[in-house]
Design a binder for this molecule. Structure first.
Ligand code: ARG
Length: 575
């Protein structure tokens, strides 16, 4: 089925083509001045050196809009304002109801998308940056999968490198049993800090750590066993956080830095053969075009250090080559904080220069800002250290419990516990996803758990209230495709809003700006409130109207539930 904007575009495109002499996109968008607006006239007028209003008049005279609009007029500098016919809105809403994808098409040409996200570091606590990456990456996976793309998850775990020398020596010092215990209860920072302290204070320990790195890189079996122990315990802990969060990451999605070890040397050789390697201070470097430091000198991407070791950049080069060449990815996403933007741009530029990244694929750094505390500084725990993520999530659930108990004191304890988890996790995720991701945001429990405003609890509560209409009326939704009746402006506004869902999703698939979906859902919930206040549903004047309003109510619930699910947020049926 078509969305209103597609319907209008299909009718306007031939007229734009006739007037312009070449195919032109009419650019049909939602508008405050009419239902939709075609803005394509402005760019076209510039191109033709014509008067935009006159051009718009000619296009309107040419266009066949019969049976689709009830009004079409030129406005402002030359926009075309379009008002859909009520019957068209009613028919499309009826069709969306009968569709189990509520009008959202599957991608005609599916991408193979590799999503690199979460990526915490072994034996180190996940920080709020990892939380953001996990939550945003999960939304990306859900939206892209639902849109019909093939999604490959890559949790690029930091499980390799020089710190493992000191970590393994510390493990030997305290004993395997104790180490496993500390790591499995999530005391990752304690373990890491203790190792670090010894490394800094004790030269003997430092030397042992250095030798241990050599053994690890040389593939020494006893060392590898200890390394596996560290990695295994950390993974177990991270998976427990993922389960708590309800994200789709599992143990199978870890493809850590160590997975690329065997590809590092071949990558250097390949880059060398292509003439892309230069020696700088003894290190093998690539100088991708267009990257210079503040003083104007070209910036290096270090591929192999002077001591022969490989670092973060080399691993990312091996990873991108693997994803493009072996996984046949057509879209690569890296959900990593804004400070790493330049690193990824340099990796992409190198992959392009090497011929791995061609016009067949695109690579995107899906960057995000920092999480700030109430003081406007990067979020810290009360003790001043970094946050333990599980504590933060636990507190969200505790506070959600209070909110839910106050709102609905009659809920049975077991149900309340479950709902509190859904509300607490939802609040944390929504606070993150509803802000423009490249910006910093303030982590504020009171605001994210408020029952009014643009929050998860507000949307969850709106959804539960809509579901309660069906419970109270003891009716089941009818989804037979019959048109929805448009008798009131509030019905019309709601139907129109619901019919935009496919356009909003298409936009989010492209931009990965999840706040656009969040704001849309918020708009749906408030538009429903307007409808609910104006239009009796169960007590509608006629049975046909009651049926029709129940249909709109059902469609609202499904759009909210689907939209929230795509953000990784549950929509409980009662609250
Ligand atoms: N482990 C890194 C960190 O904590 C993030 C890795 C991101 N992914 C990547 N392919 N480099 O900063």
């Amino acid at each position: 089925m078509k969305t209103p904007s597609q319907l209008l575009r299909d009718r306007l495109t031939p007229a734009f083509g006739t007037v312009a002499g070449v195919p032109v996109d009419p650019i049909v968008q939602r508008s405050q001045h009419a239902d939709y607006q075609a803005n394509g006239t402005l760019a076209l007028a510039r191109r033709l050196g014509a008067d935009p209003r006159e051009l718009a008049d000619r296009i309107l005279a040419e266009a066949d809009l019969s049976g689709v609009v009830s009004a079409a007029e030129v406005s402002g500098p030359g926009f075309i304002n379009l008002t859909l016919a009520d019957e068209v809105i009613g028919a499309l809403a009826g069709a969306a109801l009968a569709d189990d994808r509520i009008g959202v098409p599957r991608a005609a040409r599916p991408d193979t998308v590799v999503v690199d996200y979460s990526a915490p570091n072994v034996a180190k606590e996940m920080h709020v940056g990892h939380l953001r990456s996990t939550v945003i990456g999960d939304a990306a996976v859900r939206v892209l999968e639902w849109a019909g793309h093939r999604v490959i998850k890559r949790n690029h775990l930091g499980d390799w490198g020089t710190p493992f020398g000191m970590l393994i020596e510390h493990l030997l010092d305290i004993g395997e049993g104790e180490a496993a215990h500390e790591l499995s209860v999530g005391d990752l920072n304690g373990f890491y800090t203790a190792a670090r302290r010894k490394f800094d204070a004790d030269d003997g320990f430092k030397e042992r750590a250095r030798q241990r790195v050599v053994l690890l890189q040389g593939g020494d079996e006893a060392t590898l066993r200890l390394w596996h122990l560290l990695v295994g315990e950390s993974k177990r802990y991270f998976v427990s956080v993922y389960e708590l969060l309800g994200v789709r990451l599992t143990d199978a999605d870890f493809v850590g830095e160590s997975a690329y070890n065997d590809e590092l040397q071949p990558v250097v050789e390949e880059l060398d053969k292509l003439g892309l390697i230069q020696i700088s201070d003894g290190a093998k470097c690539v100088f991708p075009e267009g990257f210079t430091g503040r003083d104007g000198t070209p910036l290096p991407l270090i591929v192999q250090k002077s001591d022969g070791g490989f670092g973060y950049a080399a691993t990312d080069l091996a990873a991108i080559r693997n994803r493009l060449r072996d996984l046949d990815a057509t879209r690569l996403l890296y959900v990593v904080g804004v400070p790493q933007r330049q690193h990824f741009e340099m990796v992409f530029a190198t992959a392009r220069a090497a011929g791995w990244l061609t016009s067949q694929a695109r690579a995107e750094h899906v960057g995000f800002g920092s999480v700030l505390g109430a003081d406007g500084k990067v979020l810290r725990s009360r003790a001043g250290g970094t946050f333990k993520l599980v504590d933060l999530l636990g507190e969200a659930v505790d506070r959600a419990n209070t909110v839910v108990s106050e709102k609905n004191p009659d809920l049975a304890a077991a149900i309340r516990t479950e709902i509190a988890e859904q509300v607490g996790m939802g609040a944390v995720k929504y606070a993150d996803l509803s802000t423009d991701r490249v910006r910093d945001y303030v982590f504020d429990f009171d605001r994210m758990l408020a029952l009014d405003g643009n929050t998860a609890p507000y949307l969850q509560y709106a959804h539960a209230r809509i579901k309660s209409v069906f419970r109270r009326g003891d009716v089941a939704p009818v989804r037979d495709g019959s048109p929805v009746l448009i008798t009131e402006t509030a019905e019309r506004a709601l139907a129109l809003e619901l019919l935009s869902f496919p356009d909003v999703l298409a936009d989010v698939v492209e931009t990965l700006e999840f706040h656009r979906l969040a704001h849309y859902l918020f708009g749906v919930a408030t538009t429903f409130t307007g409808f609910y206040e104006k239009c009796p549903i169960l007590k509608a004047e006629t049975p046909a109207l009651r049926e029709s309003r129940l249909a709109l109510t059902d469609l609202t619930a499904r759009v909210l539930e689907t939209g929230l699910d795509l953000l990784g947020i549950a929509a409980p049926a009662r609250m």
